[in-house]
Design a protein around this ligand. Structure first.
Ligand SMILES: Nc1ncnc2c1ncn2[C@@H]1O[C@H](COP(=O)(O)OP(=O)(O)OP(=O)(O)O)[C@@H](O)[C@H]1O
Ligand SMILES: [Mg+2]
Length: 425
C-alpha cells in the first residue's frame, strides 16, 4: 500500500499543500522547524486518527487560519491511496466553529470561565463518504519510528496501552469497536460508582454496567493477549538473530489487570504471572475470560464503591519487556532498550504484513541519526524493502550515497515541499 497524493489544508504550518508522492523511499530534509515532522504527523493522523505529539487536536489547525474571530476554520487532510483493494481516498476534517451550542453572537474569545465559545469536531471520510471515525482506521496502515519510542519501555503504562490500541485498531475493527464501547461503559460505571460513594444513585443499575463491562473487557483481554504473543515471538526472533547475534533474549509479557491485587509491573513476579499465564492459555476462550473477569469485578466491588472507580479491567493493563529474564525498564542499558524497541517495531511491520498481506507505510522521524551502525543497517534494510517509507533528516549527509541514489529527496522549507531537482531550478 502507498500514498500517491497528499493534500493538506490549514494543517500545522501547511496552509495549502498538494504533494504527489512516489513509491519507495522519500527523504524529507530541511532545517529545523520547517515542517518535516508535521508532514509525518499528518500521514500518521490519517491512519490512526491520533497525533503522536498532542492529545489536543485543535492544536493541529494552522494558527494563522484559526485567528481569533474567524467563524469557521476547517483543516483538511486527504490521502489518495493505491492498495491491494484498489484506489481509495481517506480524509479527515478538523472543524472549529464559532457560536455552536446556542452560544452564537457572543464576541469574547475563549471564556475565562473555562468554557469556550468555539466548538471543535472531526469528520472522517472514506472515498468521499462520511464514516464514523473508527471506520477510517484500517484503510491506511503505518508504522511510526520516533526517538522517544524508548519510553514504551521506560515510561508509564498508559503509553504502552496506547501502543496496543493504536496498533491493533489499524488491523482489527472489532477490537476498535469493542474498545470504544468498553470505554463508554467504563465511564458510565465510574460515574455511578462516584454517585454511590456520595450516597446518591441506585445500586440496582450497577450489575447491568458490571455485566456489560465483563463481556466487552474479556474480548479486549483476549485480543491483546493474541496480539502481544504474536508480536513477542517475532520481536524475539529479530532481536536474537539480527541485533544481538544470539547473545541476548528478550521477552514480552502481557500483564492483564484481571485480578484485583497487585499494582502493575512492580509486583509482576508474585501477583501478575498467574493471570498472565492463565490469559495466554485462555486467549481463545472469551467466555472463560469473561467469567473470571466478572468474578474479579465482584470481588473488587466494595473497593470500587469506596474509591468511586473501577479497579480491574483492560483500562489498567500493562506489558513489559525483559532481557535475559530481567525487566528492561529497570535493568536494561539505554542501548539494550533501544535494540528491544527496534526489534518490537520491526516485528510490528512483519506482523501487519502477515495479517493484511500488504506492507505498511513506514514513517521515521529523526531516528536514523541515533542508531549505531549495526542497528542502522538493519532498519534501513527494512526501509528499502518497504513499498513506501518517509524519513526525515536535517542532514542528508548521514546517509550513504547508495541509499540516497535510490531515494527520492525532497526539501521541506517553511511549510512547502520541493522535490530536490525543482528547487534547484
Ligand atoms: N498549529 C500550527 N500552526 C502553524 N504552525 C505550527 C502549528 N503547530 C506547529 N507549528 C510550527 O510548525 C513548524 C515546523 O514544525 P516541525 O516540527 O514539523 O519542524 P521540523 O521540520 O520537523 O523541525 P526539526 O528539524 O526541528 O524537527 C514549527 O515552527 C512550529 O512552530
Ligand atoms: Mg522534526
Amino acid at each position: 500500500m502507498y500514498i500517491t497524493h497528499l493534500s493538506l489544508t490549514n494543517f500545522r504550518n501547511y496552509g495549502r499543500l498538494e504533494l504527489p508522492l512516489p513509491q519507495g523511499v522519500t527523504l524529507l530534509h530541511g532545517n529545523n522547524a520547517q515542517g518535516k515532522t508535521n508532514l509525518l504527523e499528518a500521514i500518521y493522523y490519517l491512519a490512526t486518527s491520533r497525533s503522536p505529539h498532542t492529545n489536543s487536536d485543535i492544536q493541529l489547525l494552522n494558527w494563522d487560519a484559526a485567528q481569533a474571530d474567524e467563524p469557521l476554520v476547517v483543516g483538511r487532510l486527504v490521502a489518495q491511496l493505491a492498495a491491494q483493494t484498489g484506489e481509495h481516498q481517506v480524509e479527515m476534517r478538523l472543524i472549529r466553529e464559532k457560536g455552536r451550542n446556542g452560544r452564537s453572537g457572543r464576541n469574547n474569545r475563549s471564556g475565562r470561565n473555562g468554557r469556550s465559545e468555539y466548538s471543535f469536531r472531526r469528520q472522517a471520510l472514506v472515498d468521499q463518504r462520511k464514516v464514523r471515525l473508527m471506520d477510517l482506521l484500517g484503510n491506511m496502515r503505518v508504522v511510526l519510528f520516533l526517538p522517544e519510542d524508548v519510553q514504551l519501555i521506560t515510561g508509564p503504562p498508559n503509553g504502552r496501552r496506547r501502543y496496543m490500541d493504536v496498533t491493533l485498531c489499524q488491523i482489527d475493527p472489532i477490537y476498535c469497536r469493542t474498545l470504544s464501547n468498553y470505554n463508554k461503559v467504563l465511564e458510565q460505571r465510574n460515574a455511578l460508582l462516584r454517585q454511590l460513594a456520595e450516597g446518591i444513585g441506585s445500586m440496582d443499575v450497577l450489575p447491568v454496567f458490571t455485566e456489560k463491562l465483563a463481556a466487552l473487557g474479556s474480548r479486549i483481554f483476549a485480543r491483546r493477549a493474541t496480539f502481544l504473543q504474536n508480536l513477542a515471538r517475532e520481536a524475539q526472533r529479530i532481536h536474537y538473530e539480527a541485533l544481538t547475534q544470539g547473545q541476548e533474549t528478550i521477552r514480552l509479557a502481557y500483564l492483564p489487570r484481571l485480578e484485583g491485587n497487585g499494582n502493575g509491573r512492580s509486583t509482576t513476579t508474585s501477583n501478575m504471572e498467574p493471570s498472565e499465564n492463565w490469559i495466554q492459555t485462555h486467549q481463545a476462550d472469551e467466555k472463560g475470560i469473561a467469567k473470571r473477569f466478572a468474578q474479579s469485578l465482584a470481588e473488587t466491588q466494595p473497593t470500587d464503591l469506596r474509591r468511586g472507580a473501577t479497579s480491574v479491567g483492560p483500562h489498567r493493563d500493562d506489558w513489559l519487556m525483559t532481557i535475559n529474564g530481567r525487566d528492561l525498564g529497570s535493568y536494561g542499558s539505554r542501548g539494550q532498550q533501544r535494540s528491544a524497541i527496534l526489534a518490537l517495531k520491526l516485528a510490528e511491520i512483519n506482523w501487519m504484513e502477515t495479517i493484511t498481506g500488504e506492507k505498511p507505510i513506514l514513517l521515521l522521524d529523526e531516528v536514523v541519526a541515533e542508531l549505531d551502525e549495526n542497528r542502522r543497517a538493519l532498519l534501513l534494510a527494512y526501509v528499502q524493502k518497504s513499498t513506501q517509507a518517509f524519513l526525515t533528516a536535517t542532514d542528508p549527509g548521514m546517509f550513504t550515497a547508495e541509499f540516497l541514489e535510490k531515494a527520492t529527496s525532497m526539501l521541506v522549507e517553511n511549510g512547502r515541499v520541493y522535490p530536490d531537482h525543482q528547487h534547484k531550478l
